[in-house]
Ligand binder design. Structure first.
Ligand code: ADP
Ligand code: MG
Ligand code: MG
Length: 883
């Protein structure tokens, strides 16, 4: 069996198409090699070897060792060096690389092959002993941490201690002899702490590192990342073993990372950072603040440190050419890693670059304009969920701002919250419903949970490609990185700015679009669909089949939804209208009235209020369909609960406290979710449904007269299980319609339909469709009733279910395609058997979830309905589902 694929010197055994086998990094290294780009030679151990490792009690497959040995021989032949040699030693990097890129999740070991003898040879051969000892200390540090499991802080402490003792500020100031002392102390601490010496045999080092890459596939960070990104564990990781090239070989050497276009704005300009005389992770780790690659970016940033373009013009020109070539080749923006060794450029990685939603839109639109991709492809390139980032508020430019510091605009959007200094606190705050800004010197993969919990992230160190910046952009969380004028005092939990000291719990606002850090809460602006966003939406609208409506009951929501492109209201929950202002008391009057006459008296007060609500909605929707659901929740939800509340309400309604308490007790239900609600209310108290129907028809007549647009209300009867239930309520609605038409003289078209939210209704859809003119799948209740799980009580055990793998997803977030989905398919099919033009929609939370929207497309629904801010997401998801 072939476990190892080699690459180098313009030829590779694999290519970009072998991602599953070679992992993303390995496949792209091979591809770059085949393109003739300068890539240090290497080998890739296939992902299947990782799976073999886990399936066989963490043992390596047979044949792997000899194949790796052959691969190293291949590198030796190309480089003219020998692994473990004491004259011209070949050094290796050992890199993980899964199918999907998992930035920062797996650890890379550099400079492998160094020991007390080869370090001398390396220094001699390069004519630079400082370089050799710098490389050796890096190797021990990484190997000690990643492979031997010694905390990296142990090494950092020693280094800080030595630097302080020697009076050095920067790592680059240490001489060969000084690095040699650091190495001695590193080796000593390993032996003391672990009871075993640092391995001197390069062969042992190599297999230690390969084993560590496999083992890291299951470390907590990687497992968490996979869980958050839905990456299956069975994919495994590949291992790349590659000849080292050295960015730390003096001042004509450098290392850097770049994006072929700006990952934050999408601007079609090479964007990147580098460090002279540095290696590997120095740039991303934020140890030194990196320099700009292009002169233009340097000038824009106001930095006085030279750009790569100025410093190493030849290497830069070659690099720029390669960037252009790779972008054309992959037809996407690339994220690149490179190293320059004594003026010679080497490419170490390329992949499709992560980008903000704004950048993604701009890049997709630009590339379509450049003819690189089609409009359809442009639409398919945007992750619908990522649009959420753009639908977040930004700081109102007119607002008064008290700027306390600034850093890099690492991930756009503004966020306000209390300061917390640790990820644990961020997580705790989120659980308590508090909004926080996570403030750190820098972040590491251990902070993932906290970064997720926070509204925004602020670091005082690190560039645009630091861990905090990359991860925040991926999550769509606003982030300001490298705010160097601010200082974090972790011990005393202080954030110290010039002229202000803030403590934990103080509120700040960060603006990830400008890099500003502001004191207190700042007024924000609501987002708009314009420019590239608007263009992509236009293209999406051309592609999609399903309509997108919104769930809205207030004029503000309805207007927002219209501006986001909603094509009507899919769900107007009328009960929300009864909670407003003094209406709740009229509602209570109705509920406690002893007889129908009393109820009708109260309802007549509610009628004009409802009518004006509906009129406004009809007016805003200007002829677009509006689905109005009749009163749904159990009546006790409108009544007071505590003694104090009861006393207050009794006084307000001038009735006996005792009588009110009686009514409250009488309406008590053991299981209100399955109780006296929905159409059951309309059947017990038809006068409520009649009042609502009258309000709807009168408003429709008025709106039709005023706007001239045809208003076709769709009246939705909730919680129907039996056709007879629907028929009873529909009879009342029809009678009111007839009366209103006669009174107003305005002909009104309307539909009466039902929500499908009980399994019985789904199963009897063909019968119910005899009366219903539309179905709307109320998937929140349908999920509750299908699973027999109350949504309000589910959180107690659903998270355990997810943790233990009983369910993969929270079925209230992503539709359960197998069970609930089956009921939807059945209802759609049976309903349409009876009524060919039966309108079908979905109005649960799921209507805004891209995966669920795909399901709706396949099930043949006519529209999805979601909350206003998810309308653009749904438009795009519906287009992709149809594409
Ligand atoms: P990650 O997946 O975390 O980006 P990589 O495997 O890309 O990890 O390695 C991190 C960094 O290590 C690279 O960006 C590069 O700077 C350095 N590196 C990796 N391989 C080599 C090599 N063969 N020569 C020099 N530097 C390397
Ligand atoms: Mg790494
Ligand atoms: Mg990398």
């Amino acid at each position: 069996e072939k476990w190892v694929y080699t690459f180098g010197a313009g030829r590779a055994e694999g290519g970009a198409g072998d991602r599953d086998l070679l992992g993303g990094k390995g496949a792209n290294l091979a591809e770059m090699c085949n393109l003739g780009l300068p890539v240090p030679p290497g080998l890739t151990i296939v992902t299947a070897a990782c799976n073999h490792y886990y399936e066989n009690g963490r043992t390596l497959p047979e044949g792997l060792r000899s194949q790796v040995r052959d691969g190293i021989r291949h590198m030796e032949a190309i480089t003219g060096r020998l692994f473990g040699d004491t004259r011209k030693p070949l050094l290796l990097s050992v890199r993980s690389g899964a199918r999907a890129s998992m930035p920062g999740m797996m650890d890379t070991v550099l400079n492998l092959g160094l020991n007390d003898r080869t370090v001398e040879a390396l220094g001699h051969d390069a004519g630079d002993a400082r370089f050799a000892w710098d490389s050796y200390r890096r190797f021990i540090q990484m190997y000690g941490d990643v492979v031997m499991g010694l905390d990296h802080e142990v090494f950092e402490e020693i280094l800080e201690d030595e630097k302080a003792r020697l009076g050095h500020e920067q790592d680059t100031e240490l001489s060969a002899v000084e690095w040699q002392q650091v190495v001695a102390r590193y080796k000593q601490v390993i032996e003391e702490d672990l009871g075993e010496p640092f391995p001197q045999d390069p062969e042992v080092q190599l297999w230690g590192a390969i084993g560590a890459v496999f083992a890291s596939w299951m470390n907590a960070r990687a497992v968490t990342y996979r869980m958050l990104h839905n990456i299956p564990a069975v994919w495994g990781t590949a291992v790349n073993v590659q000849a080292m090239v050295f960015g730390n070989l003096g001042n004509a050497s450098a290392t850097g990372v770049a994006f072929t276009r700006n990952p934050s704005t999408g601007e079609n300009k090479l964007y990147g950072e580098f460090l002279v005389n540095a290696q590997g992770e120095d740039v991303v780790a934020g140890i030194r603040t990196p320099q700009n690659i292009t002169e233009e970016a340097r000038i824009a940033s106001g930095s006085d440190r030279p750009s790569l373009e100025k410093l190493m013009p030849e290497a830069f020109a070659e690099f720029r050419g390669i960037c252009e070539r790779l972008e054309r080749h992959y037809r996407d923006m690339q994220d690149l890693e490179f190293t320059i060794e004594r003026g010679k450029l080497w490419m170490l990685q390329t992949r499709s670059g992560k980008r903000t939603a704004r950048a993604a839109l701009k890049i997709a639109v630009d590339m379509a304009g450049e003819g690189l991709i089609s409009e359809g492809e442009a639409v398919s390139r945007i992750d619908p969920a990522s649009l959420d980032q753009l639908l977040h508020p930004t700081i109102d430019p007119r607002a008064r701002r008290e700027v306390i510091g600034s850093g890099l605009p690492a991930s756009p959007g503004a966020a306000t919250g209390e300061i917390v200094f640790t990820s644990e606190e961020a997580v705790r705050a989120e659980e308590e419903g508090r909004k926080v800004i996570l403030v750190r010197v820098e972040t590491s993969p251990e902070d993932i949970h906290g970064m997720h919990a926070a509204e925004g992230i602020l670091t005082t160190r690190g560039g645009m490609t630091s861990h905090a910046a990359v991860v925040a952009r991926g999550m769509g969380t606003p982030c300001v990185s490298g705010a160097g004028t601010l200082r974090v005092d972790l011990r005393n939990e202080l954030l110290i700015a010039q002229g202000a000291t803030l403590t934990k719990g103080d509120v700040i606002t960060i603006d990830g679009s400008s890099g500003q850090v502001l004191k207190g809460e700042i007024p924000m602006l609501q987002p708009e669909l314009s420019g590239d966003f608007g263009r992509i939406m236009e293209w999406a609208d051309r592609t999609r089949r399903m309509k997108v409506r919104t769930n809205a009951e207030t004029p503000a929501d309805a207007r927002a939804a219209r501006s986001f492109g909603a094509e009507g209201i899919g769900l107007c929950r009328t009960e929300h209208m009864f909670f407003e202002g003094s209406r709740i008391n009229v509602m209570r009057e109705m509920i406690i009235a002893g007889d129908e006459a009393g109820r009708r008296a109260a309802l007549s007060k509610l009628l004009p209020m409802q009518r004006s609500d509906f009129f406004e909605l009809f007016e805003i929707m200007h002829g677009l369909p509006v689905t109005i659901r009749l009163l749904d929740p159990p009546l006790h939800e409108f009544l007071p609960k505590t003694d104090a509340e009861i006393a207050e309400v009794a006084a307000a309604l001038s009735i006996e406290e005792q009588a009110l308490r009686h009514r409250v007790d009488a309406l008590h239900e053991f299981n209100p979710m399955l109780g006296h609600r929905g159409c059951r209310l309309a059947i017990s108290y038809p006068e409520i449904a009649e009042m609502q129907a009258r309000a709807i028809f009168e408003a429709a007549a008025e709106a039709a007269r005023k706007t001239g647009a045809a208003v076709v209300p769709e009246i939705m009867v909730p919680l129907v299980g039996l056709k007879a239930e629907l028929d009873y309520v529909k009879g009342r609605i029809d009678a009111v319609a007839k009366a209103v038409i006669a009174e107003t003289g305005v002909p009104i078209d309307y539909l009466v339909g039902t929500m499908i939210e009980l399994p019985r209704a789904a199963l009897r859809a063909h019968v119910i469709a005899e009366s219903a003119e539309f179905f709307s799948f109320g998937t929140n209740d349908l999920t509750q009733t299908t699973f027999g799980i109350s949504r309000d009580d589910a959180s107690a055990f659903l998270s355990t279910y997810i943790q233990k793998g009983i369910v993969e997803q929270d079925p209230f977030v992503q539709l359960d395609f197998d069970g609930v989905g089956e009921l939807i398919r059945i209802a759609a099919e049976r309903g349409r058997r009876t009524r060919k033009d039966l309108k079908l929609g979905i109005c649960g939370e799921h209507g805004g979830d891209p995966a669920s929207i795909r399901f709706c497309e396949e099930a043949g629904l006519d529209y999805v309905s979601c909350s206003p801010f998810r309308v653009p997401i749904a438009r795009l998801a519906a287009a992709q589902a149809a594409f």
